[in-house]
Design a protein around this ligand. Structure first.
Ligand SMILES: C[S@@+](CC[C@H](N)C(=O)[O-])C[C@H]1O[C@@H](n2cnc3c(N)ncnc32)[C@H](O)[C@@H]1O
Length: 293
């Protein structure tokens, strides 16, 4: 196979960019043209296509267009993640959100957590480990539902395998690593009990109906994906979270992401360790928290 790069004209870039935006809400700025070119160039070679016009036809009107869309997303999305990513936020979850939810759901004994855009599953599994450690033997009294969703089927294949590289566990505290993983030939296999606490599903955040099918959540994590969306898509996604979050629920977005200007009824919660959001007017339960101005 030739390794020569197939170049993308500005017109082809604009058409691909529009198609990607239309389907996923991911906003590829012109400065990212090189990224599309490098990630899709190899795909064109595999398909023995000579230029991007052929590829654009293939993903818009070809009989395999839906499969190819999935393949394209697998290649163009940035799946960077790790277990115990952003420890301060996780401590807000563990020390504030979780106690409040356990308290509020003490009668129903049911907790529902959605990790949206979870990539290869490290985030929802991290939340499962925190819950497992917090609840201990009380775990059997509770119905725990943790759902991880992502647009990339390839990333979810890793999640479903439960086997990770040493890079994926690089931020995992030693105690948790020893307790919940088994090392085999340089790979880390997750404890079956933790695996059984999480289910995975392919979901495009653009698809509001898909989100609605799952009903209401007590906690939603959606970290480090809003940065890839434009304002319109960001607002639509955050509105979906608002619709699908219980009135006393908790929303966690990435620490470098902001939803302040979106005109969606969430307010940041003032916690020294990290930050999260709750619905406007929600009375913070339990931990004596203030909604910041
Ligand atoms: C950088 S990863 C973040 C993973 C994890 N939330 C974390 O913070 O570690 C971004 C993920 O967003 C997913 N993604 C991008 N656009 C999406 C969309 N429209 N719907 C669902 N997932 C999407 C990508 O496939 C990728 O796995």
């Amino acid at each position: 196979m030739s390794t020569a790069t197939i170049s993308m004209t500005d017109g082809q870039f604009t058409r691909l960019r529009d198609i990607i935006y239309e389907r996923s809400g991911i906003d590829f700025q012109p400065a990212k043209k090189y990224l599309l070119e490098s990630r899709l160039g190899r795909r064109l070679q595999e398909l023995e296509m000579e230029d991007y016009d052929q590829y654009i036809m293939f993903i818009t009107i070809g009989p395999y267009r839906d499969d190819e869309f999935q393949e394209m997303f697998n290649r163009i999305t940035i799946n960077e993640t790790s277990f115990f990513r952003n420890e301060p936020q996780l401590s807000v979850f563990e020390n504030h959100a979780l106690p409040a939810v356990l308290d509020a759901r003490a009668d129903a004994k049911r907790i529902r957590i959605w990790s949206a855009a979870c990539s290869s599953g490290e985030e929802p599994f991290t939340l499962a480990m925190i819950l497992h450690r917090t609840l201990g033997v009380r775990l059997m009294d509770w119905r725990i539902e943790i759902l991880g969703t992502d647009i990339s089927g390839k990333a979810l294949e890793i999640a479903n395998s439960g086997v990770y590289s040493s890079y994926a566990v690089r931020s995992t505290p030693k105690l948790m690593l020893d307790r919940y993983f088994t090392e085999k030939n340089g790979h880390y296999e997750l404890d079956p009990e933790i695996r059984s606490m999480v289910s995975f599903e392919t979901m495009n955040l653009k698809d509001r109906m898909a989100a609605r099918r799952h009903g209401q959540w007590d906690v939603i994590f959606c970290r480090n994906v809003l940065i890839y969306f434009d304002e319109k898509m960001k607002k639509q996604v955050v509105q979906t979270f608002h619709d699908q979050l219980a009135d006393d629920g908790w929303l966690f977005i990435g620490h470098s992401e902001s939803i302040r200007d979106l005109d969606v009824a969430f307010e940041p919660v003032d916690i020294p360790e990290g930050f999260c959001h709750r619905k406007v007017g929600c009375n913070p339960a339990g931990a004596g928290l203030k909604l910041s101005a």
